[in-house]
Design a protein around this ligand. Structure first.
Ligand SMILES: Cc1cc2nc3c(=O)[nH]c(=O)nc-3n(C[C@H](O)[C@H](O)[C@H](O)COP(=O)(O)OP(=O)(O)OC[C@H]3O[C@@H](n4cnc5c(N)ncnc54)[C@H](O)[C@@H]3O)c2cc1C
Length: 309
């Protein structure tokens, strides 16, 4: 398959890319890793008139831990003890870098644990975090993980910049809150304080037909316990469970305020089973996807409580 004719422009700087997007609007697409866009163009599902290649721009791919200035209040840090320290990831950071980063392994084990589940090594060599999130595939692992991590996304355009909470970013299938002229440039993940009094532990699990395939169902879980072992915060994020990544907030409520027992886990899993809205497909019916969500919820919470605290 061959793409429809398009004009290719190698962006020389962030400003150049943003100016081109402002000029061409919807007609132009950013090219990041190309692992979703290029197949879509070859199938002629996507027919951009102009391709703005972000790859020549230096400085858009990085992993840093720092105190992030200039964030709007929004939902920032609500479940994270107001700790302003964040892990900042450049939009053009390759999956491979995320997977192998010692800093991410130490500071954000949920992201580290998730990366090997995203596609295959060849695709992880090229695919980027920003491309993944801007693509907004509800069956992808990373959008659900970003919801659970309370991440914030920096959108830049020639008009300026703004931060968008992950929970406001994914608006429907393959659609985000980015305006036509905006680029996703940074992802900020607030780091838990993990003091003695309050500890956060996480887990990612998915079930796919084959390693590297898109999953039939997946869950990212974060649990915070206080010194007395009472759950003070819980987040349950699901992929392939609706038009966007889904946070099962009612299921999480079954855990918060509890010294979590098997009965609480069963209740949370049963609520999540009903709370999500999986689409079903040729490989997994809606009923089977709900069943998998219940199983994964139980397993992931048990894994955290039995082995990660
Ligand atoms: C065989 C195969 C298996 C795969 N399996 C999985 C899987 O299991 N899980 C999974 O999550 N993904 C999977 N993928 C998709 C892969 O993760 C893609 O890399 C990812 O979805 C898109 O990232 P990219 O950097 O390649 O973006 P691109 O394909 O370059 O771009 C994707 C879209 O985002 C836009 N875009 C890119 N960067 C930005 C930016 N900074 N700001 C605004 N818009 C931007 C582009 O214009 C385009 O519309 C698979 C792909 C293949 C080919």
């Amino acid at each position: 398959m061959k793409p429809a004719a398009f004009k290719y422009i190698a962006a020389q700087s962030l400003e150049h890319a943003l100016t081109l997007k402002a000029e061409y609007g919807d007609e132009a697409k950013f090219l990041a890793g190309g692992q979703s866009l290029v197949p879509a163009m070859n199938l002629r599902v996507a027919k951009p008139g102009v391709l703005v290649d972000l790859n020549p721009i230096t400085g858009l791919g990085f992993v840093e831990s720092r105190i992030k200035a200039g964030l709007g209040i929004g939902n920032w840090g609500l479940a994270r003890d107001d700790n302003p320290q964040s892990l900042i990831l450049g939009a053009m950071t390759r999956y491979r870098t995320l997977e192998r980063s010692a800093e991410i392994a130490a500071q954000c084990p949920l992201l580290h644990e998730t990366m090997p589940h995203v596609a295959h090594p060849q695709i992880r060599n090229r695919g980027t975090l920003g491309g993944n999130l801007a693509h907004a595939d509800p069956a992808s692992e990373l959008p659900a993980v970003m919801l659970v991590l309370n991440a914030q996304f920096k959108a830049q355009s020639v008009r300026g910049e703004r931060w968008i909470a992950a929970c406001d970013f994914f608006t429907t299938i393959f659609t985000t809150a980015l305006a036509t002229d905006e680029m996703l440039t940074e992802i900020a993940i607030p780091l838990p304080t993990n003091s003695d009094a309050s500890r956060t532990r996480t887990c990612f699990m998915e079930i796919a037909r084959r390693r590297g395939d898109y999953a039939m169902m997946g869950v990212a879980v974060s649990i915070t316990l206080n010194a007395a072992g009472v759950c003070t915060d819980a987040k349950l994020g699901y992929l392939n469970a609706g038009d966007t990544p889904v946070l099962a907030t009612q299921a999480a409520q079954a855990l918060i305020g509890q010294t979590i027992s098997d009965a609480h886990i069963q209740t949370a899993a049963a609520i999540a089973h009903d709370e999500i809205q999986p689409p079903g497909n040729m490989h997994a019916s809606v009923a089977f996807q709900r069943h998998l969500a219940g199983v994964l919820t139980r397993r992931a919470i048990k894994e955290i409580l039995d082995f990660r605290f």
